[in-house]
Design a protein around this ligand. Structure first.
Ligand SMILES: C[S@@+](CC[C@H](N)C(=O)[O-])C[C@H]1O[C@@H](n2cnc3c(N)ncnc32)[C@H](O)[C@@H]1O
Length: 187
């Protein structure tokens, strides 16, 4: 597993990417409420963090990532836009430095294939409230694409379902979206 190279951070926010993975479509996977406290795991430079923050105007989004370079970019954007409900958190592989049962909702967009230590999944579970939902979207191993991580690093939808179930989650819905699979899991 390799981590996304911060040198290519600009692509994450490109129009091409937005058209393939429209942020409003991603938000619609969960029934977000305006007061929700939301985890954006592997937030990168904030592709989905900012749309979440706009939606949960009375709540908060925690942008969590293991790469400081990515979070530095996110922080710059926050300073420019004056966001008040985004907390930026540098985590470590297998360790999310936040309390138990904090999150109402969670997103992990194009992150699952980069997770090296399955303890990260235990950490997501630990930091979510009972019955909280997570939306996971990632590159589908069964689709050949010009962009994206090497096939051997990707998961199939079926492997991703097994992995999440092994860590205690219940899959409530799943499907495919262009080059990606998506899953909604309940704690
Ligand atoms: C392909 S980028 C996607 C970023 C963002 N979610 C987006 O859709 O634009 C994957 C991000 O996940 C982060 N990441 C990888 N493994 C992680 C882990 N175990 N915990 C937290 N973040 C992780 C990487 O540092 C990188 O910023």
């Amino acid at each position: 597993m390799s981590k996304y190279d911060p040198k290519h951070a600009a692509f994450l926010d490109s129009e091409e990417r937005k058209s393939r993975l429209p942020p409003e479509r991603l938000l619609s996977f969960l029934e977000l409420e305006t007061q929700d406290v939301v985890l954006d795991l592997g937030a990168g430079t904030g592709f989905l963090t900012f749309p979440i923050a706009e939606f949960v105007e009375m709540g908060k989004v925690y942008a969590v990532d293991v790469q400081k370079e990515m979070l530095d970019e996110l922080e710059k954007k926050c300073a420019e836009r004056g966001c008040e409900n985004i907390d930026i958190v540098l985590s470590e592989e297998g360790d999310i430095p936040l309390k138990n049962g904090l999150f109402d909702k969670a997103f992990a967009i194009n992150v699952l294939h980069e997770i090296e230590d399955e303890k990260t999944l235990e950490e997501i579970y630990r930091t979510m409230k009972n019955d909280a939902q997570i939306c996971i979207v990632d590159w589908d191993k069964e689709v050949i694409t010009e962009r994206g991580p090497p096939t051997h690093e990707r998961l199939t939808l079926e492997d991703a379902v097994d992995l999440l179930e092994e860590h205690g989650f219940t899959i409530t819905d799943k499907g495919r979206l262009e080059d990606y699979y998506w899953m909604i899991c309940k704690r």
